[in-house]
Design a protein. Structure first.
Length: 158
């Protein structure tokens, strides 16, 4: 084979290798993005399932206390009724805030309201939280709960 043909074949092989590297990088980059997106979606779904499961167990426990008969359990029943009412109130508040924040354009949101304190934790699906996001979230929470902004924590996931 002549020198010219060898250079030509070698050049073609280098070009094919370069194209393979670019395609590999591009395809792996998309796959990693899909994996990150799936992991984030999985986080939100898993959190909601776990929260619902725990709440169901709490309600069953409270219902069993409420169902106890006898005057000696009157105080325990009343405490259980009050706790169940508070739990329902918190669940409604979380659902309302999540719905309002989603309506404001956030793809996915989790809101966790404290049962025994005024803490509110917000997790939004976003690459970053801007000042505009912070203001929008604080404003929504303040309007619906009258909770001060120092009691609200905002986190984001990618």
């Amino acid at each position: 084979m002549s020198k010219r043909k060898k250079v030509f074949v070698l050049s073609i092989m280098v070009l094919v290798l370069a194209v393979a590297v670019v395609l590999n990088f591009t395809l792996l980059g998309e796959e990693q993005t899909d994996d990150a997106s799936t992991a984030t979606a999985s986080f939100f779904a898993t959190y909601r399932e776990t929260r619902q499961s725990e709440r169901n167990q709490e309600v069953l426990y409270l219902d069993s206390v409420i169902a106890m008969e006898g005057e000696e359990f009157a105080d325990a029943r009343q405490t259980a009724v009050n706790q169940k009412l508070k739990l329902v109130e918190v669940m409604e508040k979380e659902l309302l805030l999540e719905s309002l924040l989603k309506a404001k354009g956030y793809e996915d949101v989790i809101v966790s309201v404290g049962l025994t304190n005024d803490n509110i934790n917000v997790v939004i699906k976003a690459d970053e939280i801007t000042r505009e996001d912070t203001a929008k979230i604080y404003s929504t929470i303040k309007n619906e709960t009258n909770t001060s902004s120092d009691m609200v924590k905002i986190l984001s996931t990618k």
